[in-house]
Design a protein around this ligand. Structure first.
Ligand code: CP
Length: 378
């Protein structure tokens, strides 16, 4: 490729990012969030041009942050102890686009099935010289626990969870830990890609100032790590955030996170710029499913949180009638996986307003930025 045909790639050196791990969005300053988002925006522009991977590798090293020009030669381990389609594949694509090698580990087929703790598993992976661990686990705080296990208290002294211990062999090699979703706590890269999608839709990609925008999260907020990351990130950047759902799914105490709470979707719809629709996470409701339970609707019959799926859909489902009450330029988001016909009708999920696949595209750029910055900060 000649100099004249090369894509105009400009990845500006970001402001300081001093964190080797990304465990949550809450507590990060607006400046730090903007650092990640600006780098993700720039990576996204490269990806949107359908630029060959080789072109990414040609990015001028002097323009990239820290001591790492890319992740070439680095090894990223995906430790997914819960199911995932988008996040796991997205981290793999992101790491590979930065030149890293990727290892995939799940509880099935690993020694976790023999009773090994997640901390021991992570310590053993890190002891092999792996550079980054991307972890998803059903327990809130598991990513923090792994970071503390690998680093000791010093690196994450303000974090909740069990007291730190450092396993022999885990020191001397700093391994990045990235939270890919821990229980009901946070899913920070999902929060970042949601912000990137909102900012793009409303022309806020330069300053990432979301003031004046109203963002609603609708559905099972009580069970949602996505909601907690969205609330933390969006409010830090100036957005008004409203959590909407029945009281059991959108409890009043969520206001302590800096958002508002409403139980009347139709009342708030006309004021919204964006709506993020969440799946009802029956698997996190504390009722065992009957043996006859099938994949979708019958689960609700055994939930002590939702009286019936049909009633939920009537009161809080997003359908064409409700979309007609939204602002003309309002957008609809969903982190996936979608239960079509429950929280979102198929026609709305596939409509022009739907940003669902754009969110997924942004996920790669966000994860490239997070990997780049955290690895550079080790
Ligand atoms: N949004 C999200 O976390 O999707 P996956 O569960 O498929 O990773």
């Amino acid at each position: 490729m000649t100099a004249t045909t090369k894509p105009a790639v400009v990845v500006k050196p970001p402001a300081a990012w001093a964190h080797p791990h990304l465990l949550q969005l809450r507590g990060h300053s607006p400046a730090e969030l903007r650092t990640v988002l600006r780098l993700a925006r720039d990576f996204g522009r490269v990806l949107d041009k359908d630029t060959a991977i080789g072109s990414l590798e040609e990015l001028p090293t002097s323009d990239l942050p820290g001591r790492l020009a890319s992740c070439r030669g680095k090894v990223v381990a995906n430790l997914f102890f819960e199911d995932s389609t988008r996040t796991r594949v997205s981290f793999s694509v992101a790491a590979r686009r930065l030149g890293a090698e990727v290892i995939d580990l799940t509880s099935v087929g690993s020694s976790v099935s023999k009773g090994e703790t997640v901390g021991d598993t992570a310590a053993n992976i890190a002891a092999m010289g792996v550079d980054a661990i991307v972890v998803r686990h059903r327990s809130s705080g598991s990513a923090h626990l792994i970071a503390r296990t690998l680093d000791g208290d010093a690196a994450v002294s303000s974090l909740p969870g069990a007291s730190a211990r450092t396993l022999p062999g885990a020191r001397g090699h700093r391994c990045t830990v990235i939270n890919a979703g821990d229980g009901r706590h946070e899913h920070p890269t999902q929060g970042l890609l949601d912000i990137l999608t909102l900012a793009e839709s409303f022309g806020r990609l330069d300053a990432f100032d979301l003031s004046g925008l109203t963002f609603a999260i609708v559905g099972d907020i009580a069970s949602s790590r996505v909601a907690r990351s969205d609330i933390a990130g969006m409010t830090a950047l100036g957005a008004r955030v409203i959590c909407v759902g029945p009281p059991a799914l959108a409890p009043q105490h969520l206001t302590s996170l800096g958002c508002e709470v409403s139980h009347d979707l139709d009342a708030v719809l006309p004021s919204l710029d964006a709506i993020n629709v969440l799946r009802i996470q029956f698997e996190r409701h504390e009722v065992k499913q009957p043996a006859s339970t099938t994949e979708n609707a019958p689960k609700a019959a055994s939930s002590n949180v939702i009286a019936s799926v049909r009633e939920y859909s009537e009161l809080f489902g997003i359908n064409a009638r409700r979309v007609a009450n939204m602002r003309p330029n309002a957008i609809i988001m969903h982190p996936g996986p979608i239960n079509r016909g429950v929280e979102l009708t198929a026609d709305v999920a596939d409509s022009q307003r739907s940003m669902v696949l754009r969110q997924v595209t942004h996920g790669v750029a966000v994860r490239m930025a997070v990997l780049q910055l955290c690895l550079a900060a080790r």
